[in-house]
Write a protein that binds this ligand. Structure first.
Ligand SMILES: [Zn+2]
Length: 424
């Protein structure tokens, strides 16, 4: 009998009586309905949200109370396009030859922390050397601070394409990278490259469907895969539960990517109306990256910041991105919030909200794009993107109501990820 009481006591004290956190929220963003609620208390136990109560509620003596009475609280933000391995700087092109993997890894630890502190509790890392896979594991195990990472590992390109790792090297260093290194030139290569990413520990696939701005190559926008190659990538990816993201500036490459089965189009700069309709038909989302467009336009004006071959591409593509986003949004294309952080300084991801609003998207819709919509694309719609009982306790707060003042999103003042407070 006494044993039974002891068991019962241990059970009660570890579950029912466990220390909970009460977040008293002046304003609470309901991303499901698109409404701002007032005077609510979120109850967090362990890594989950267990209750939302009306008014400002206090728990038991040992519970923790967080006063967010004059803040606007919302779910942790999700950025669908970051590169945690690097960050723009005038030496970036030289560092490819001077920095070892360990240097990249130490830098990425800092970038991951900065991203989390900016309120982004989940990100999709769309391409690096593969250090991004180790980074994801280190964050997941709690060894370092950072957002929850879904990573593509190394992006896939065709020979000389945007993500060919030896672009711009002298001939003796070029070699002949293949599927293992992320370069494919046939259907067989395509399948092998996807399987290799699975083996390496990636969570999704990124392809560079057209030329790009920052690669040392001539065209910003030529198509670089055949539809058949993209189909082979997307179909193989499905076997592993991966979705496929496609970098694309040019219209032809974008159309091939959508027909091939990709889920998201990154940048989408020269997208025609026909392609916008194709995206709607195929349920594909545009990831705008307006902040990156603004950044490359600005940096291209600084003499010597980028190699000479990049400057005209940056000036051609950069200024067009925001306007294409506006047209696509107005036409009803699904928008998945994403910034391309790394092309600009990590931690400034929140600037994208202001640029989206400036182009005509309502503030609440931009926040839903960065929460519920992105959660759905990541197949995490039952765990993140909403402040709802049963969901993971990813919760952030800003000083002002973003529907009144969108720039408040650049200054996240409270960050909780899976019930643990990182910024207060
Ligand atoms: Zn990118």
């Amino acid at each position: 009998m006494r044993y039974l009481y002891t068991v019962l006591f241990v059970f009660i004290s570890t579950t029912i009586l466990a220390q909970n956190t009460y977040l008293q929220c002046g304003k609470l963003t309901d991303t499901k309905t698109g409404k701002i609620l007032t005077e609510k208390t979120i109850v967090v136990s362990g890594n989950k949200i267990i209750k939302i109560e009306n008014g400002f509620v206090v728990g038991k003596k040992d519970d923790i109370i967080i006063d967010l009475k004059n803040k606007t609280v919302m779910p942790g933000l999700i950025d669908m396009h970051v590169h945690l391995e690097g960050e723009t700087n005038p030496k970036a092109y030289l560092q490819k030859y001077t920095d070892s993997e360990a240097d990249v890894a130490f830098n990425s630890v800092q970038f991951a922390k900065t991203t989390l502190m900016a309120g982004f509790t989940t990100v999709r890392d769309l391409g690096g050397s593969g250090v991004n896979i180790s980074l994801k594991k280190a964050i997941k195990s709690g060894r370092i601070k950072g957002p929850r990472v879904f990573t593509a590992g190394k992006s896939l390109a065709t020979t000389g394409g945007h993500a060919d790792p030896t672009n711009g090297s002298k001939r003796s260093l070029i070699g002949d990278p293949g599927p293992k290194e992320g370069v494919v030139n046939s259907i067989e290569d395509a399948k092998k490259a996807v399987r290799q990413r699975y083996k390496n520990g990636a969570d999704l696939i990124k392809i560079t469907a057209t030329g790009g701005v920052l690669s040392v190559a001539k065209s910003s926008s030529n198509p670089q895969f055949t539809v058949e190659e993209i189909k082979a990538i997307c179909e193989t990816a499905k076997d592993y539960g991966f979705h496929v993201a496609a970098h694309a500036h040019g219209d032809e490459g974008m159309q091939r990517a959508i027909l091939g089965g990709v889920k998201t189009i990154e940048h989408g700069t020269l997208m025609s109306e026909k392609t916008m309709d194709l995206m709607k038909q195929h349920n594909a989302y545009l990831v705008p990256t307006i902040t990156a467009g603004k950044e490359v336009t600005e940096k291209a004006a600084i003499d010597g910041y980028y190699p000479a071959i990049i400057v005209p591409k940056a000036l051609e593509i950069g200024p067009k991105i925001q306007n294409t986003f506006k047209k696509a949004y107005d036409r009803g294309v699904g928008i998945a919030f994403g910034t391309d952080a790394g092309v600009f300084k990590h931690g400034q991801n929140g600037k994208e909200f202001g640029f989206m609003v400036e182009a005509g998207m309502p503030a609440m819709a931009t926040i839903q794009s960065a929460t519920t919509i992105n959660a759905k694309i990541l197949n995490m719609q039952d765990q993140i993107g909403q402040i709802t009982p049963g969901f993971l306790a990813d919760i952030v707060a800003v000083n002002d109501d973003p529907t009144q003042k969108i720039n408040t999103m650049e200054n996240v003042v409270f960050v909780m990820k899976e019930g643990k407070i990182y910024k207060k």
